[in-house]
Write a protein that binds this ligand. Structure first.
Ligand code: XMP
Ligand code: MG
Length: 181
């Protein structure tokens, strides 16, 4: 599909399935090398990262534990700047290597705040893998995204787990909000 219509707004194809597969291959290759001698806890951030995480971890060839946390900062198409932790970890991260899987880093506020929280629990290391990031939107320049699938413009996107008010997560490609829509 070249475009999709959701709640009366049009979204145009930005990243198709083939490109997504290629991004997953490249990311997993690097991550497999970096974690070949480690046994990390992989933490995927709900809701948006569920599709990306499912694809990515199936390419991992190192032993790991997998957990979800649920954090949200978005209401509709706007980041609220304040995170709420709706599902927390039920295992200890002390002395563990942590790999966070996120769908998209926008302002960076969500991950910055979550990292501050995680650090108080003394993990050995924390790295971040985000499928997308919006470099023009970042407000936390010291937030290091160790593995980034693709940088995109500061526009709202849906699909591949990303939603607009809980819709559109099922699209296999990424679509960008059409400007005049
Ligand atoms: P911040 O600004 O804290 O936001 O980095 C990160 C979270 O906001 C959501 N987000 C989006 N969701 N389309 C979406 O469907 C977008 O373009 C978008 N930008 C940010 C996302 O949940 C991410 O975890
Ligand atoms: Mg998210």
């Amino acid at each position: 599909m070249k475009s999709v219509k959701l709640n009366g707004k049009y979204f145009d194809l930005l990243i198709d399935e083939d490109e997504i597969k290629k991004i997953i291959r490249n990311l997993s290759k690097t991550i497999n090398e970096d974690y070949s001698d480690k046994n990390p806890i992989v933490i995927a951030i709900l809701d948006g990262a569920y599709v990306f995480a499912a694809d990515l971890v199936r390419k991992f060839d190192f032993a790991h534990q997998f957990k979800f946390v649920k954090i949200s900062s978005y209401k509709g198409m706007e980041s609220t700047g304040q995170i709420s932790l709706q599902l927390d970890l039920d295992i200890s991260v002390e002395g563990e290597d942590i790999l966070i899987i996120e769908d998209i880093v926008d302002t960076g506020v969500t991950l910055h705040q979550y990292l501050e929280l995680l650090k108080t629990q003394n993990p050995t290391s924390i790295r971040i893998c985000s499928f997308l990031m919006k470099p023009d939107a970042i407000q936390k320049p010291d937030l290091k995204i160790n593995y980034c699938g693709k940088s995109i413009a500061n526009e709202f996107v849906i699909g591949y787990g990303l939603d607009w008010d809980y819709r559109g997560r099922n699209y296999a490609s990424i679509y960008q909000l059409r400007k005049e829509s």
